[in-house]
Write a protein that binds this ligand. Structure first.
Ligand code: NAD
Length: 484
């Protein structure tokens, strides 16, 4: 079957058409990667300072046009404009941080040569990979891909970006805005299209794929990357837990957990899906969060489900939970009311039910009371996913956090790591591997080169077929003394 030449984006709230964009073919992907590669050496040659100027100009341009971009994000995703504004603001902060800090974290790093190589100088260089293919999701169509795009560009790479087919307009806008500040630079291309376009980018000659999306798609992409050993960064899904200890500020915990679960209609990879609350405060916590949730209005506090087919997944999870004995303390088994999902909170949901074990990606929450924090930690860690977590305790927050098998934890807060450019972002287990953001995010888009250079000659030469017996004797004795 031949590929359609166009994709159309729609408003999730009204179904109205928003825009038509090319469904980029594999041939065009090949051409874009070739052009990006040709331009990448010049981009590398202008150095950290040159790239910083351009990337900061880009950040400035986006900030100046934030209203226009926020309207587009809101139209394509269905989220409130104020949420779009928040998302874009955090993305600009990351772009600016990456531009300003790439030189600090990617400059040559001197290492100790060690006693055996005392006559050598040793340092590590961080080299750009070349062309990075970025494949993005729709839920945060600016913030999420920017975590790869900004860091890859700042590290000296060219980028070809394939935005989600649900948010092609936002991707196109990002490409156009970069072209306005760096016309003809040819180091940032946007290739709109569907899964086939993403697969073509993955199969192309890119030097790395930075993927953000579902675990199911991540596995397909990793399999394609395995064919050529293309390195891949995987930012996938999660079923993030919140752990609520008996000494927490119940009101603040309820308020933040509710936002962490329901903001963006629950379509947040690091959104909270499961709560484990100490039994001594479970009744108070449940009543507080239910009361707060009762004031939420779908369509005002959060938008429509961006991807209509996700509504079936959410409904399936609610029905499965109901069949397994869940009690709905907010909402009901009929909370899915297209294009919206009403706020839904359930208790008594078995741990093996879909709503607990799989990513629901809707404004829903399961709450389980536990007799101790060690039970909460065990249940939180029992998931196949390990993206992020939130812990609420005045005395033991950090101690609990240190026992969680996940990539990010907020203590007495939710999602705080997203807005902190110095902090690495990513998961473990089926939530993926590799990191965006922070120094780790910059190094994710560079390869290391170890350089060892002779400083002066010494009589002990190891790397020769004419090695003298006294050299062998010396090495043996030396290592024995050092390891006594
Ligand atoms: P998705 O996996 O359906 O699609 C993501 C991207 O992959 C899209 O651009 C899509 O066109 C592309 N794609 C689909 N099939 C492909 C294939 N075979 N080869 C190459 N590309 C392909 O995900 P989504 O529905 O857009 O996003 C929601 C998911 O993303 C959720 O699971 C969420 O948890 C996850 N997510 C993770 C993070 C994170 O940082 N860990 C951030 C945001 C979203």
């Amino acid at each position: 079957m031949s590929q359609l030449t166009e994709i159309i984006s729609h408003s999730p709230a009204t179904g109205a058409e928003i825009g038509h964009y090319p469904n980029t073919s594999p041939e065009t992907i090949h051409e874009l990667v070739t052009r990006a590669r040709a331009a990448s050496s010049q981009w590398n040659d202008i150095g950290f300072k040159g790239r910083k100027v351009i990337l900061r100009e880009w950040a400035h341009y986006i900030a100046e046009h934030i209203d226009e971009l926020a309207d587009l994000v809101s139209a394509e995703t269905g989220k409130p404009t104020s949420d779009a504004m928040l998302e874009i603001s955090i993305a600009i902060d990351h772009l600016s941080w990456a531009a300003r800090n790439a030189s600090r974290y990617l400059r040559n790093s001197h290492r100790a040569p060690g006693l055996l190589m005392v006559n050598m100088s040793t340092h590590v260089e961080y080299q750009p990979l070349g062309v990075v293919g970025v494949i993005g999701p729709w839920n945060y169509p600016v913030f999420t891909p920017m975590g790869s795009i900004a860091y890859a560009l700042a590290a000296g790479n060219a980028v070809v970006f394939k935005p989600s087919e649900y948010t092609p307009g936002v991707g196109h806008w990002l490409g156009e805005s970069f072209n306005k500040v760096a016309p003809g630079a040819n180091v940032f291309f946007v290739a709109t299209g569907g899964p086939e376009t993403g697969a073509a980018l993955t199969r192309s000659d890119v030097n790395k794929i930075a993927f953000t999306g579902s675990t199911a798609t991540g596995k397909k992409i990793a399999a394609i990357c395995a064919e050529k050993l293309t390195p891949v960064l995987m930012e996938c899904g999660g079923t993030d837990p919140a752990i609520i200890d008996r000494d927490c500020d119940i009101e603040r915990a309820a308020e933040a957990v509710l936002w962490g679960a329901m903001a963006n209609a629950g379509q947040t990879c690091v959104g909270i899906e499961r709560v484990y609350v100490h039994e001594e405060i479970a009744a108070a916590f449940n009543s507080k969060i239910s009361e707060m949730a009762s004031h939420l209005v779908a369509g005002r506090d959060y938008g429509a489900a961006t991807m209509p087919k996700q509504l079936n997944v959410i409904e399936n999870h609610l029905r499965d939970a109901a069949a397994k004995g869940a009690e709905f303390i907010v909402g009901s088994v009929d909370s899915v009311q297209p294009p919206y999902v009403l706020p839904t909170i359930m208790t008594n949901v078995p741990e093996d039910s879909l709503a607990v074990a799989e990513e629901t990606f809707g404004p829903t929450l399961t709450i389980k009371s536990v007799s101790s924090m060690s039970e909460a930690i065990t249940l939180a860690n029992a998931s196949n996913y390990g993206l992020a977590a939130s812990v609420w305790s005045k005395r033991n927050g950090k101690a609990i956090a240190s026992q969680l098998h996940c990539g990010m934890v907020s203590v007495n807060s939710v999602l705080a790591f997203t807005a902190t450019p110095t902090m690495p972002f990513g998961g473990v287990k089926q939530s993926g591997y590799g990191r965006i953001h922070g120094p780790e995010g910059l190094r994710e888009f560079a390869y290391t080169r170890a350089v060892v250079a002779l400083r002066f000659n010494i009589p002990l030469i190891f790397t020769t077929f004419n090695r003298k017996p006294f050299v062998n004797k010396f090495i043996k004795r030396f290592i024995q003394i050092l390891n006594r």
